[in-house]
Design a protein around this ligand. Structure first.
Ligand code: PGA
Length: 255
């Protein structure tokens, strides 16, 4: 199983700043077999960065896409339009679910659009602080997986990545807490068991990433949690040196 280190830049950096960052990171980064590094800049930066990137070192990801392939959807970007630029697309991030009211149906359509267009969706799932407090974590995770993957066949399951991001641990959330490996471990077990129960036994091939306040000091501990195959990193991916530190630690701990 590969290890994935994905930087989610959210709505930060101009195109010029994105290019300078990439230039810096490309100089630092040395590829390692089995380690996949990706950055998710703003949509507007994907095309220029795709001309600058060295795909042996870094891949590009989109932060969102439309679930339709073309048509009268003002302001949207179809994943079919991103083909050739990106390898991955983040879908259903909690900021999209809660700030932009993305429904389960929209998320399901987006995941299916990615698979249909040969782009790997990174389906984000995770419980809120109150769902956790009410003991609803398992139900929420199972529900988000089942609805998000409803249009994905058993054969296509290895074309999907799941990112477990407890909403209460995301650094942009007010009063965010840092999740300890035990919190994560029990959720990863729920996710893997649900995939197995739903799709059959070889779903260990589906990569499951962790995301939420990951930084160079805690990334090693997260990466060694059984069943975790990588990290989705927001804030700490905005500084090229810090992001590269995480990549270097990932190389060591997954050796
Ligand atoms: P964070 O963001 O690393 O800043 O907590 C993670 C994410 O929202 O994907």
């Amino acid at each position: 199983m590969k290890t994935y280190i994905v930087g989610n830049w959210k709505m930060n950096f101009t195109v010029g700043e994105s290019s300078i960052y990439l230039h810096k990171l490309l100089k630092k980064i040395t590829p390692k077999k089995g380690l996949v590094v990706a950055i998710a800049p703003s949509t507007i930066a994907l095309q220029p960065l795709s001309l600058q990137i060295d795909r042996k070192k870094i891949r590009l990801a989109a932060q969102n896409c439309c679930g339709k392939d073309y048509g009268a959807y003002t302001g949207e970007t179809a994943v079919s339009q991103l083909r050739g630029l990106i390898d991955f697309c983040i879908i259903g991030h909690s900021e999209r679910r809660f700030v932009f009211n993305e429904s389960d149906k929209m998320i399901r359509e987006k995941v299916a659009a990615c698979v249909r267009n040969g782009i790997t969706p990174i389906l984000c799932i995770g419980e809120t602080e109150s769902e956790r407090a009410f003991g609803e974590t398992a139900d929420v995770l199972k529900d988000q997986i089942s609805t998000g993957l409803a249009d994905v066949s058993r054969e296509d399951l290895d074309k999907v990545i799941i990112a477990y991001e407890p909403v209460w641990a995301i650094s942009s959330v007010k009063g965010a807490k840092v999740a300890v490996p035990d919190d994560i471990s029990s959720s990863i077990d729920i996710i893997r068991k649900h995939l197995k129960d739903t799709y059959g036994k070889s779903t260990d091939e589906t990569p499951v990433l962790y995301g939420g306040s990951v930084n160079p000091s805690n990334c090693g501990a997260y990466l060694t949690i059984p069943g975790v195959n990588g990290l989705l990193i927001g804030g700490s991916s905005l500084i090229a040196d810090q992001f590269n530190d995480i990549i270097e630690i990932a190389k060591r701990v997954t050796a």
